[in-house]
Design a protein around this ligand. Structure first.
Ligand SMILES: *Cc1c(COP(=O)(O)O)cnc(C)c1O
Length: 498
């Protein structure tokens, strides 16, 4: 590989730090607390027309090879083959369903029926390959905070993987019953699941602290262990997410739904800002995306940020029916801030210090000018439920609560702007994962049913088979029941690993 096409990864908080992709994947977070970002976004070297003739795995290779430039062709192909196989219930991997003239990109056909599978089915392989490439002798300990979906997808990806252990922290009262059941029934003697008294931000902040804990790092090293992260702060999660934006464009082109070069919009239900950042990267690679529409639920920090340039997490945390988006600190936004600050790590660090010290920061007008491709809005709980009901009644198509937030925001966007461009709405979870909220939205009469009665009823009204991921947990025994305070996370980790 010649140097000009190599991509290196820089830390958003230290301009002197520069590593290869495999090192960034292995480390997860930079030692200075910064996130790794590519030093430039590579341009697609195949035309969209050529890509439209390829299947998912081939497109994955064409996109990922440009970012993971220290992986050999064999290494990357091997990872891709192991990831996108029969764990997915369709060969297409990410099918598109048209409803009311919009294209729903269904990213929930993997093992745990949420979009996290798109990246977490490949991350373990990227990580093990990265460890080999760097002669890392220590055993990898994946430490992850989850708002519900990352946890199970990471567990499914890493359970049983040799040379790795996985510890997942989730907010005890902040995930859906199905999400919780999926996690606490996880098999595998290298997998640990812990509920915490607190919300997702508490879990995420706690995990970040453990990563930065030098004493703990030393303690780990003495035992032949090292931490890595499966959260979307890991570049090994972000890069695989770029793939489906390129792929969906190519599919629409192949199916004659758009013409070559025609610009489309994408709507992304957003929490930690990973998924929409991947769309932004796809756009910068050359995918003709016009607007990046960022959809929030009632935790609308991002909406306010796009309106005012002020990021302010000082507000009440709301538990909503779209728990995977109940987030007030969107970690991946730092990557965008860094970029619009002119890749100035000092300036970025100042903002992030303000965020951790007083919970807010305000970007400059000059920086705001660089956000013109983004549009932010939000949907209330009522609007979200209304959207599920309406779409179902008009088309028979049932969407989950997160996707409904996106769909409702898209309606607002269209009304406000009159923009009629073709639009991809990213569908991030199967409605089966949030069956109670979904069924309640359609008709209150369902509320008296048990979780699994609801699943069967949903299957009937949507005319969709109950996914395997749900069948599996119907009768599965609970294997994890540890719950701790957020102040006890370190002690719990030491107990597991000691
Ligand atoms: C994680 C998740 C989101 C939010 O994605 P981010 O990359 O964190 O913005 C949205 N919907 C579902 C179902 C998720 O699991």
């Amino acid at each position: 590989m010649d140097n000009s096409t190599q991509v290196f990864y820089k830390s958003t908080r230290d301009s002197n730090k520069k590593v290869q992709a495999s090192q960034a994947i292995l480390q997860g977070l930079s030692e200075d607390g910064g996130l790794f970002v590519p030093d430039h976004i590579p341009t697609l070297d195949k035309s969209l027309r050529e890509l439209s003739e390829m299947e998912y795995k081939e497109v994955a290779y064409e996109v990922m090879k440009l970012f993971l430039t220290d992986f050999t062709k064999e290494e990357l192909t091997d990872c891709i083959q192991k990831a996108y196989d029969s764990k997915f219930d369709t060969n297409v991997i990410a099918p598109i369903t048209e409803a009311e003239g919009a294209y729903y990109l269904e990213l929930f056909h993997g093992a745990t029926i949420a979009f996290k599978d798109m990246a977490l089915s490949i991350l373990p392989h990227l990580m093990i390959t990265s460890a080999k490439k760097n002669n890392a002798k220590e055993q990898i300990v994946i430490l992850t905070a989850t708002s519900g979906d990352t946890g199970k997808a990471a567990l499914a990806g890493f359970a049983g993987v040799k040379g790795a252990k996985i510890i997942v922290f989730y907010p005890k009262n902040g995930v859906s019953p199905i999400q919780e059941k999926q996690m606490v029934t996880q098999k595998g003697d290298n997998a640990y699941v812990i509920g915490i008294h607190g919300n997702f931000d508490d879990a995420q902040t706690g995990v970040k602290k453990l990563f930065a804990d030098k004493e703990l790092e030393k303690w780990m090293k003495e035992r032949g262990l090292r931490f890595s992260s499966a959260n979307s702060i890991n570049i090994g999660r972000l890069v695989p997410q770029v793939v489906y934006y390129v792929y969906s464009y190519a599919r629409l082109l192949k199916e004659g739904r758009i013409s070559d070069g025609e610009e489309i919009n994408v709507v992304v239900p957003t929490g930690n800002f990973g998924n929409i950042l991947a769309a932004f990267y796809a756009r910068n690679m050359g995918a003709p995306i016009a607007k990046l529409i960022c959809a929030s639920n009632e935790n609308k920090v991002l909406y306010d940020f796009f309106c005012t340039g002020n990021y302010d997490r000082n507000r009440e945390f709301v538990l909503t029916s779209s728990p995977s988006m109940d987030i007030l600190i969107s970690s991946n936004l730092e990557r965008l801030i860094y970029r619009i600050a002119g890749e100035d790590s000092e300036k970025n660090s100042e903002f992030m210090t303000q965020l951790s010290e007083k919970g807010s920061y305000k970007i400059t007008e000059e920086m705001r000018d660089k956000l013109k491709d983004f549009y932010g809005n939000y949907a209330s709980e009522q609007e979200t439920a209304q959207r599920i009901k309406e779409l179902y009644e008009d088309t028979g198509y049932v969407i989950d609560t997160h996707t409904a937030v996106a769909s409702a925001v898209y309606q607002k966007y269209k009304k406000e702007t009159g923009d009629e461009r073709k639009t991809v709405i990213v569908s991030t979870a199967s409605p089966f994962k949030f069956s109670r909220s979904v069924m309640n939205a359609i008709d209150k009469k369902y509320d008296s049913m048990t979780d699994f009665e609801l699943v069967d009823e949903l299957s009937k009204i949507a005319n969709v088979k109950v996914p395997n991921a749900i069948e599996e947990i119907r009768t599965a025994p609970v294997l994890h029941d540890t719950v701790c305070d957020k102040s006890e996370m370190k002690a719990v980790v030491e107990k597991i690993l000691g």
